[in-house]
Design a protein around this ligand. Structure first.
Ligand SMILES: [Fe+2]
Ligand SMILES: [Fe+2]
Length: 188
């Protein structure tokens, strides 16, 4: 298996871990308790930025190549690309509600619960579709030259993006690790 597929899968595992932490906070919410809004906000902030800027940009390039190589994947590619846009829009809405809640503004519990639960279900279904339906085709189709081509396209499109590049990746990695470190303290 190529190192790109391994890295892709590892990022999905990281996202799934963060979604589990979000789900734990949602359970507190459902039981009438007060969740840690700051933790929830950090999780969604990370998911709203790192995947959109890095992870989805790679995927978009990969899926465009898959669509050309195998026209039978057209419907799946259209769906996954659309989901990237929907995840970003849902993430923005949820982030706005969490920012309001963590700054003590009045936010309807039902609105927040609905937005968070919808985001969770939608994001998980997206990752599952990529892992189960798309990844096997990608692994069988793309080779070293294709991955080099993907990397070159991503780099060309990211050249003027201040959020892209090794420094940004390191900053987001630090945030993810901080979130995961913080989580056991919340569960106690
Ligand atoms: Fe994706
Ligand atoms: Fe993904």
């Amino acid at each position: 298996m190529s190192r790109q597929i391994v890295a892709w899968h590892a990022e999905h595992l990281n996202f799934a871990r963060l979604l589990r932490l979000l789900e734990e906070q949602l359970a507190v919410f459902a039981q009438g308790g007060d969740p840690d809004y700051t933790l929830m906000r950090d999780i969604v902030y990370y998911l709203r930025h790192f995947p959109d800027v890095h992870h989805h940009r790679y995927e978009n390039e990969v899926y465009e190549r898959m669509r050309k190589r195998d026209p039978s994947l057209q419907a799946l590619v259209v769906r996954l690309l659309q989901e990237h846009r929907v995840i970003a829009a849902c993430g923005d809405q949820l982030l706005a509600l969490l920012e309001a809640a963590s700054s003590e503004a009045i936010v309807a519990r039902a609105d927040l619960e609905t937005a968070a639960a919808t985001y969770l279900v939608y994001y998980r279904a997206h990752i599952d579709a990529e892992e189960l339906q798309m990844a096997p085709h990608v692994a069988a189709t793309l080779h070293a030259a294709d991955w080099a081509d993907v990397a070159a396209s991503v780099e060309a499109k990211s050249r003027h993006d201040p959020l892209f590049g090794p420094q940004a990746e390191e900053r987001f990695r630090t945030l993810r690790l901080a979130i995961e470190r913080e989580a056991p303290a919340v569960q106690r």
